[in-house]
Design a binder for this molecule. Structure first.
Ligand code: HEM
Length: 429
């Protein structure tokens, strides 16, 4: 068994042949394959399931450097793929729906301008003021299944919490939020699969947001109310007299939803799952919560992000010139994918990287990225992750997996890592 008392989930492939990627086994536990790549092929060219060829960067030092390397562009126009693979690198339906101006698809100086504007509205202060609402949502969702004695924590808890939270924060009226739940459900269920439904949902969401922004702009009072919503804040934000256009504001609202939704679902899902697999660590956390301490919760959520984070690969980057990463030559136009999940288990950077240690202090993980695209929503994600895990463990103290661990299924998407379902049992409240 591993030092933390759990059985290892796989063995590291040996030998000189690269492990098979993107199989079912890989989706279940990619870490042994990443250990092999870090050791033997730290910058590795592979063909993705979509047919696109890309470089995978797996060592921490290379990953950190690549994330901050301005020669790697976020703009898909720099992708030199052939006609067949071009356009397979973005959010489905994105091109058609005219959402190209969002933060994860653009470079400075446009990125700098948009990020500065959104940062004026999406402030740490606004997020901190939102904490009571997040706690209320968390409790309401747990209320909805606490008396049953069993639940699917993905479907009934991890999935709705971030959707309702971000809708509330943006100022989507309560009566429209279930539409968002449906659209988001379509995106998460079919993210890696048939595209028609996803593209339609993206389009509907985009159309709805454009109209809502238009309405809010027309009704914007001259002076902000103390509890003004984020969309109104985005419309109001200005920098040297410049504002977001309606198109930019809609794209911004959309990326906040898109980037803030499945990631947080997976933080809650993967985090709860790993706590259930590590009973000693989980007991320590429960004891500290019982005496009103938050320190272990705070370092613990960071450790869960490092150990089994929601974003397995950072989003697409494209070489704008010939360059070298970790000694490997990369040609202009080549896509580069930074494997955050591999970098965050690099033994060159983390002591005992395969051990979950909720009290880990030296923990500069890359789970939120690095450089100018560092996660804008990190304060909100921390707030939601901490509220969700602390409340679950406190209200349902004997929470346990229902069924066999081997029956759990992971979504096979490229960028995200998360469970399809997490069936649990507990003593009813
Ligand atoms: C960017 C992770 C939650 C909004 C990123 C990136 C990562 C990340 C890795 C950088 C991607 C890259 O460089 O390719 C996470 C994780 C989350 C989370 C692990 C949850 C645990 C959120 C939330 C929001 C959000 C709740 C907003 C409501 C954004 C935005 C960007 C971003 C807007 C783009 C920033 C830019 O390009 O300047 N996130 N995220 N994220 N995230 Fe998050």
């Amino acid at each position: 068994t591993a030092p933390d008392g759990t059985a290892p989930t796989g063995t590291t492939p040996t030998g000189t042949t690269p492990p098979e990627l993107f199989t079912w086994e890989f989706a279940t536990d990619p870490y042994p394959a990443y250990a092999w790549l870090r050791e033997h092929a730290p910058v590795h060219r592979t063909t993705l399931p979509s047919g696109v060829e890309a470089w995978l960067v797996t060592r921490y030092a290379d990953a950190k450097q690549a994330l901050a390397d301005q020669r790697l562009s976020k703009n898909p126009v720099h992708h030199a793929g052939d006609e067949q693979t071009k356009g397979r690198t973005g959010i489905p339906g994105e091109r058609k729906a005219d959402l190209m101006t969002h933060l994860l698809n653009i470079d400075p100086p446009d990125h700098t301008r948009l990020r500065r504007l959104v940062s004026k509205a999406f402030t740490p202060r606004r997020v901190a003021a939102f904490a009571p609402r997040v706690q209320e949502l968390t409790d309401q969702l747990i209320d909805s299944f606490a008396q049953k004695g069993s639940a699917d924590l993905i479907h009934e808890f991890a999935f709705p919490l971030p959707i309702y939270a971000i809708c509330d924060l943006l100022g989507v009226p309560a009566e429209d939020q279930d539409d968002f739940r449906d659209w988001a459900g379509m995106m998460i269920r079919h993210g890696g699969g048939p595209r028609g439904g996803v593209a339609r949902s993206v389009k509907k969401m985009r159309g709805y947001l454009a109209e809502l922004i238009h309405r809010k702009r027309a009704e914007l009072p001259e002076h902000p109310a103390p509890d003004e919503d984020l969309l109104s804040g985005l419309i109001r934000a200005s920098d040297h007299g410049e504002h977001l256009t309606e198109n930019e504001a809609a794209a911004m609202a959309f990326i906040l939803l898109f980037a803030g939704f499945e990631t947080t679902v997976n933080l809650i899902g993967n985090g709860t799952y790993q706590l259930l697999r590590h009973p000693e660590q989980r007991a320590r956390l429960q004891e500290s919560l019982a005496v009103g301490e938050r320190g272990l919760l705070e370092t613990g959520v960071e450790e869960l992000l490092r150990y089994d984070g929601p974003v397995e690969l950072a989003t697409w980057r494209f070489a704008t010139q010939d360059l070298t990463i970790g000694g490997q030559e990369i040609a202009v136009g080549d896509p580069v994918l930074v494997v955050l999940a591999a970098a965050d288990r690099d033994p060159e950077r983390f002591e005992q990287p395969d051990t979950l240690d909720l009290s880990r202090r030296d923990n500069q993980h890359l789970g939120y990225g690095h450089g100018i695209h560092y996660c804008l929503g990190a304060p909100l994600a921390r707030l939601e992750g901490q509220a969700a895990l602390a409340t679950l463990l406190t209200r349902l103290p004997d929470l346990r997996l229902a069924g066999e661990e081997g029956d759990l299924r992971w979504r096979g998407g490229l960028i995200m890592r998360g469970l399809r379902a997490l069936p649990v049992e507990f003593t009813p409240e």
